[in-house]
Design a protein around this ligand. Structure first.
Ligand code: S3P
Length: 425
C-alpha cells in the first residue's frame, strides 16, 4: 500500500460492521433455537474464521456480502468437528469458542496462525478448568493448539486479574450451560457486547458494577441483529481528520457503546472536534453518526479505566500524539504486549521510522509531540491495526509512505485503502 501526503480529508462515509459484535452474532446465532439474521456483518478475515469454525461443527450459515443467516440448532445442536478448527488470526474466535466447546459432549482442537500461537490462552483455560473443563495445550494450556474435551461444568465466581472481554465472555458462555450461577468480576469494565447481545437473545444477565452473572440452563432464541459500524475502524478516519488541517468528515452509523468510546473522549481531550449526532439504540447497542472536524491537537495522559475503553485504538492514538503539541503519556496498557503483535514494540519501531519521538515503557509509551513526519517504509508486521495506523501517519508525512504486508488490514477493515482514497485529496 502506498500513501502520499494529503491536502484534505472530507466526505460522508460508513465503516464496516463491528468486529466484536459480528463474532458474537454468529456464535449466539449458532447456539440459539431458530434462525438468526445478521445485517451489517463484518466480512473481515477474523469474522469469516468464526463462520467457518461453526460450519465445521455442522451449523448451516449462509452469507451474501454483509448479510448472514445462521440456522441455529440449539446449544446441543453442534457436532464434533472432524478436523481441527482454524481460527486464523482471531483471538476473539479462539477464546470465546474455547468457552463454548468446553460445554459440549465432544472433543475439538483449536489453532490459528503464527500470531495466535504466541498469544496467552491460560487466562481462559484456567477459569474454564476451575469449572470442570478438560483443556490442554502447549506449556500446560498457555499456548495453541488447544485440545478440548468438553462436558458437564459447574458455575464459578471468578475474579479476573485482567479487564478482558474475551476472558469474561468465554466464562459467561460456558456458564450458560454450567450448573448453578457463574459470575465474573473484572478490575475495570471491558467491552460488554456479550452481555448486551445475550439479553437481546432472551437471556437473563445480572450486572452490578464490574461484576456480571448468568445462571445455567437458559435457552437462546434466534433473532435479527443489526451490526453498527465499528468504532475501532472509525478511529482511523477520525485520526485522518486530525492529521490533515482543514479536514472534516461525517461517519454514519457507528457503535458508540461506552465501553468502546474512549477514542472520542481522548480526541476531545486533545482538542479535536467530534460531535455525536442522531443517537439511537439498536439491539441494546447505542449507535450514532459522528461529525468530525480538524483541530490542532495537544498531548494528554491515558491511563486506568480508560485503557480497556480504547485498547485497540492506542496505535492510532500514538500517531495523533506524534504530531500534537506537547507530551502524551500512555500507561496501565500492559495488555498491548499480547495483542496481534506486541503493540508497544511495533508502534514504537514503526512510528520512529517517520521521525516521531516514541519511548516504549513497561506498560505503555511516552510520545513527544510536534514531530514533522517524513514518509517511511513501514511493515505492518502482520498486524492489521499497525498497518492502518501507519497509513494514517503517512497522510501527514512529507513524501511517500509504503506499507508492506498491508493485506493484514483485511482482518478487520476490508476496503480500507479504497475508502481512504475516496475521502482524501
Ligand atoms: C475483543 C476484546 C479485546 C480486544 C479485541 C476484541 C472482543 O481483547 O482487544 O480486539 O471482541 O472481545 P481482550 O479481551 O483481550 O482485552
Amino acid at each position: 500500500m502506498r500513501i502520499t501526503k494529503a491536502q484534505r480529508v472530507e466526505g460522508t462515509v460508513r465503516v464496516p460492521g463491528d468486529k466484536s459484535i459480528s463474532h458474537r452474532a454468529v456464535m449466539l446465532g449458532a447456539l440459539a433455537e431458530g434462525k438468526t439474521t445478521i445485517r451489517g456483518f463484518l466480512p473481515g478475515a477474523d469474522c469469516l474464521s468464526t463462520i467457518e469454525c461453526f460450519r465445521r461443527m455442522g451449523v448451516t450459515i449462509e452469507r451474501e456480502g454483509d448479510l448472514v443467516t445462521v440456522y441455529g440448532k440449539g446449544w446441543y445442536g453442534l457436532e464434533e468437528p472432524r478436523q481441527r478448527l482454524d481460527v486464523g488470526n482471531s483471538g476473539t474466535t479462539i477464546r470465546l469458542m474455547t468457552g463454548i466447546i468446553a460445554t459440549q459432549p465432544f472433543h475439538a482442537v483449536l489453532e490459528g496462525d503464527e500470531s495466535i500461537a504466541k498469544r496467552p490462552m491460560r487466562r481462559v483455560v484456567g477459569p474454564l478448568r476451575e469449572m470442570g473443563a478438560k483443556i490442554d495445550g502447549r506449556q500446560n494450556g498457555e499456548y495453541t493448539p488447544l485440545a478440548i474435551r468438553g462436558g458437564k461444568l459447574h458455575g464459578i465466581s471468578y475474579r479476573s486479574p485482567v479487564a478482558s472481554a474475551q476472558v469474561k465472555s468465554a466464562i459467561l458462555l460456558a456458564g450458560l450451560q454450567a450448573e448453578g450461577t457463574t459470575s465474573v468480576e473484572e478490575p475495570y469494565l471491558s467491552r460488554d457486547h456479550t452481555e448486551r447481545m445475550l439479553q437481546a437473545f432472551g437471556i437473563d444477565v445480572q450486572r452490578a458494577g464490574n461484576r456480571v452473572s448468568v445462571s445455567g440452563g437458559q435457552t437462546l432464541r434466534g433473532r435479527e441483529i443489526v451490526v453498527p459500524g465499528d468504532i475501532s475502524s472509525a478511529a482511523f478516519l477520525i485520526a485522518a481528520v486530525m492529521m490533515v488541517p482543514g479536514s472534516s468528515l461525517v461517519i454514519e452509523q457507528v457503535g458508540i457503546n461506552p465501553t468502546r468510546s474512549g477514542i472520542i473522549d481522548v480526541v476531545r481531550a486533545m482538542g479535536g472536534h467530534v460531535e455525536i449526532v442522531n443517537e439511537r439504540l439498536v439491539n441494546e447497542e447505542p449507535v450514532a453518526d459522528l461529525h468530525v472536524a480538524h483541530a490542532e491537537l495537544r498531548g494528554t495522559v491515558i491511563e486506568g479505566e480508560l485503557i480497556p475503553r480504547l485498547i485497540d485504538e492506542i496505535p492510532v492514538i500514538a500517531v495523533m500524539a506524534a504530531v500534537a503539541q506537547g507530551r502524551t503519556i500512555i500507561r496501565d496498557a500492559q495488555e498491548l504486549k499480547v495483542k496481534e503483535t506486541d503493540r508497544i514494540a511495533t508502534v514504537a519501531s514503526q512510528l520512529a521510522k517517520f521521525g516521531a519521538k516514541v519511548t516504549p515503557t513497561d506498560d505503555g509509551m511516552i510520545i513527544e509531540g510536534g514531530a514533522a513526519l517524513v514518509g517511511a517504509e513501514i511493515d505492518s508486521m502482520g498486524d492489521h491495526r499497525i498497518g492502518m495506523a501507519m497509513a494514517i501517519a503517512g497522510l501527514a508525512a512529507e513524501g511517500e509512505t509504503t506499507i508492506a504486508n498491508a493485506e493484514a488490514i483485511n482482518v478487520s477493515f476490508p476496503g480500507f485503502a479504497n475508502l481512504l482514497r475516496q475521502i482524501t485529496r
